[in-house]
Design a protein around this ligand. Structure first.
Ligand code: BEZ
Ligand code: FE
Length: 299
């Protein structure tokens, strides 16, 4: 049983007042409290109480907030995670992600994972075309994987996924797109190189028919994510990297619904009109080419 603060320290605040609200709640933890949990909850209480004191929600607004979070929870299933989406559109996912992956020596920057990753994408040899629906402008993606000192990393797994030309992931269009369309896992070779063929990514809206969408509408906010290609790169002894590359000409680049764009992740998708190079790479002519080198951090 927790010993209340008053027993340990007779001068501690125990009765609730607006002025002392934070201390009263924080003082309620007992001597056996888990230190990290106490720190996180105490900090949350401090900021939430400051929010209420500043924003002064009415009783109806507070109840609306409770119902809003309840609805967000009810919408969350194995297939849809409305709470993560809420964290994404509030910029919280990006803040947690960026603070936890501080890149100081030129390592590739990270960004949000998003809800459309699936763990068992097919493993392919380098050079394979992952665009199974044949839609979109063809793109040749290639590069190498190194550490921050330029040392080549062979055997790195590059898990890639993207939306199709219509702006949907395969998992959003079961029976319309081929399963595993625009997904694959590639392995860097003895020179650290990887390559695959795909389609020029297109922007798409995040799911906005739920509680998160209602908030975006009330705030007159755009639900679109700028066109991107997801990467998850892992190699033994290195930190797993979750990132995207963005196309440079997307109209939503400066208005990403989830704040995932970092300047260093905007890639140069060159338009190539060169029948010989196209033939060498097994690409139709013309095509897009992007060289994207990945720099991993030590674990
Ligand atoms: C995505 O890029 O797949 C994504 C990220 C955050 C929210 C919704 C989608
Ligand atoms: Fe995405």
């Amino acid at each position: 049983m927790a010993k209340v603060a008053a027993k340990k320290n007779p001068k501690a605040k125990v009765y609730f007042t607006v002025k002392d609200s934070v201390k009263v709640v924080q003082n309620r933890s007992g001597s056996k409290a888990n230190k990290r949990v106490k720190f996180l909850v105490d900090t949350l209480v401090k900021h939430m109480h400051a929010f209420v004191k500043e924003a002064r929600p009415t009783m109806d607004e507070w109840m609306y907030g409770i119902n809003y979070l309840t609805r967000t929870g009810r919408l969350s299933t194995d297939w849809r995670q409305e709470f993560i989406l809420l964290s994404d559109v509030l910029g919280i996912s990006m803040l947690v992600e960026t603070l936890n992956h501080d890149k100081i020596s030129g390592e590739t920057e990270s960004t949000v994972l998003g809800p459309f990753y699936i763990a068992n994408a097919p493993q392919y040899p380098n050079g394979v075309n992952i665009c199974l629906d044949g839609k979109g402008e063809p793109v040749y993606v290639h590069g190498k994987v190194t550490n921050s000192k330029g040392k080549i990393i062979k055997g790195a797994k590059l898990d890639v996924w993207q939306a199709n030309e219509d702006g949907f992931y395969d998992v959003q269009q079961k029976g319309i797109q081929p399963d595993m369309n625009l997904r694959g896992v590639f392995t860097s070779d003895e020179k650290g190189r990887y390559s695959f063929r795909s389609a020029y990514p297109r922007y798409y809206p995040i799911p906005y028919d739920g509680s998160v969408g209602d908030m975006l509408k009330a705030l007159d906010r755009n639900p679109n994510r700028p066109a991107h290609l997801h990467f998850m790169v892992s190699a033994l002894g290195y930190e797993k990297l979750v990132t995207h590359i963005f196309t440079p000409d997307c109209p939503w680049l400066k208005d990403d619904a989830v704040f995932g764009v970092k300047e260093s992740l905007i890639a140069d998708f060159k338009l190539i009109d060169d029948p010989r190079r196209a033939a060498d790479l097994g690409m139709p002519n013309p095509f897009r080419e992007v060289e994207w080198n990945v720099v991993l951090s030590k674990a």
